[in-house]
Design a binder for this molecule. Structure first.
Ligand code: MG
Length: 441
């Protein structure tokens, strides 16, 4: 019966129902004419917008509640024991003041009755992959941002689905609830920046739309911290210059902003005006994933090169994991002091996405090249990319390596919450600028 409906000519002002997906005839009705649900979605640009950001709600907590229904109505914290920090808090715990990255003792002060569960990364990765596959059934243009969120470009999919992207997305959200047992929030707009902002707008189970016509007015009322890349430190810099609201940026010249803040000034100028031309990239289109760094001074000693190799391996691994891919071949790249490039490859028995395997393979290749030659650049990467469900099979990786793989999962979670510097391994710890990647390829 849905097939008989003409979604394409449906009046966006009347909208549709997010629960039964039926178009609505009355633009003023508060409940769906067919199923009575109050979750009606209306927007003048509803059937024109096609860039979406989808984010699972309180992901780790939602997966655990799904698996333990007795916890459904209780405050739940996913985190690392009493001395650890909060990875994810469910919405009941959030009402009590619990936040991600909060030290566990503080979280339990705010919400002593909370149930605490240690993160089960293996399980979350599988659920995240399941959700991603469902996204990929909507459009090939899915760009994962992390385990539980992605951008989707649904432009030109109307014919395929027989309905506008907005309805496809609502159907997707419903499908995830029914088939995976967790909820998502959807942001729909004409660009990535505002799609991401929208998905955050009425979480959980949200669906927010930001159209082109309203973008400037909407942004004018927001703080500068809404802009991508404006973190605490940069917000403080802007505040010192008297800028706290996006409205202020909207009145400033591009040249002035660039002179003051460099490339970030350019970003401020455009994003403040809702101008974001970045496209949604399906990451599996990449041929290789690599990272490299150029040194301030040429280096020859293994003791100088190895920590850099380790840090770069972690960068590559993080990017692979984010994209849900793995690589079969590890490539080491060196540039000598006289600008000669050396590349060395090794093909693995199976694809990897683990920093540990990338690093140890790269180390084997590097050992043969540390013959006193001075290098100005080192890089590591993986090629022959494959989906990560074939990566690092547990029957081939020994138990110790498996433990490291799980630990890496935990480290990734912390990095996601606190930034890269939060968790340093023995190899990279305490190294200054010289040892950290400055440029990634
Ligand atoms: Mg999320």
């Amino acid at each position: 019966m849905f097939a008989a409906m003409t979604f394409a000519v449906n009046d966006p002002e009347a909208g549709f129902c997010r629960d039964c997906l039926r178009p609505q005839a009355d633009a003023a009705a508060r409940r769906c004419a067919a199923c009575g649900s109050p979750r009606l979605l209306r927007h003048a640009e509803l059937h024109r917008l096609s860039i979406a950001h989808i984010d699972c709600d309180a992901f780790y907590a939602a997966v655990e509640k799904r698996d333990r229904p007795e916890l459904r109505d209780r405050p739940l914290i996913i985190g690392g024991g009493k001395r650890g920090v909060v990875s994810t808090a469910c919405y009941i715990a959030r009402i009590k003041g619990v936040r991600s990255a909060m030290p566990m003792f503080k979280a339990l002060e705010a919400c002593p009755e909370a149930v605490v569960i240690k993160p089960d990364m293996e399980k979350y990765v599988l659920v995240g992959r399941e959700v991603r596959r469902m996204m990929q059934a909507l459009t090939p243009l899915v760009e994962p941002i992390s385990i539980d969120e992605a951008f989707l470009d649904l432009s030109g999919t109307q014919k395929l689905h027989g309905m506008a992207p907005a309805i496809v997305l609502a159907r997707f959200a419903r499908q995830v609830e029914r088939e995976v047992g967790i909820t998502v929030s959807v942001g729909l707009s004409y660009c990535k920046f505002l799609a991401k902002v929208a998905s955050d707008f009425n979480k959980p189970r949200g669906f927010a739309v930001i159209g082109e016509a309203e973008a400037l007015d909407f942004l004018a009322e927001q703080p500068v911290t809404l802009i991508w890349g404006v973190g605490k430190a940069f917000a403080a810099t802007l505040a010192r210059d008297g800028i706290t609201q996006i409205a202020q940026l909207q009145t400033m010249e591009r040249g002035t902003l660039m002179k003051r803040y460099g490339t970030m000034g350019d970003r401020l100028y455009h994003l403040a005006r809702g101008q974001d031309t970045r496209r949604v990239h399906a990451e599996h289109g990449a041929k290789s994933v690599s990272a490299e760094t150029t040194f301030d001074i040429d280096l020859a000693a293994p003791g100088d090169l190895v920590p850099v190799l380790r840090a770069l391996s972690e960068t590559v691994s993080a990017r692979l994991k984010k994209a849900g891919i793995a690589g079969h071949t590890v490539t080491l790249k060196l540039k000598t002091h006289d600008f000669k490039i050396r590349t060395r490859n090794r093909r693995l028995s199976d694809p990897t996405r683990l920093a540990d395997r990338i690093f140890s393979t790269g180390l084997g290749l590097l050992e043969k090249e540390t013959d006193g030659t001075r290098y100005r650049l080192i890089g590591i990467g993986v090629a022959d990319l494959a989906p990560d469900d074939r990566a690092d099979p547990s029957d081939l990786v020994d138990t110790a390596a498996r433990k490291r793989a799980l630990a890496e999962g935990a480290v990734d979670v912390l990095r996601e919450k606190f930034g890269k510097k939060a968790v340093e391994t023995g190899y990279t710890f305490g190294k200054g600028n010289r040892g950290r990647p400055q440029r990634e390829g």
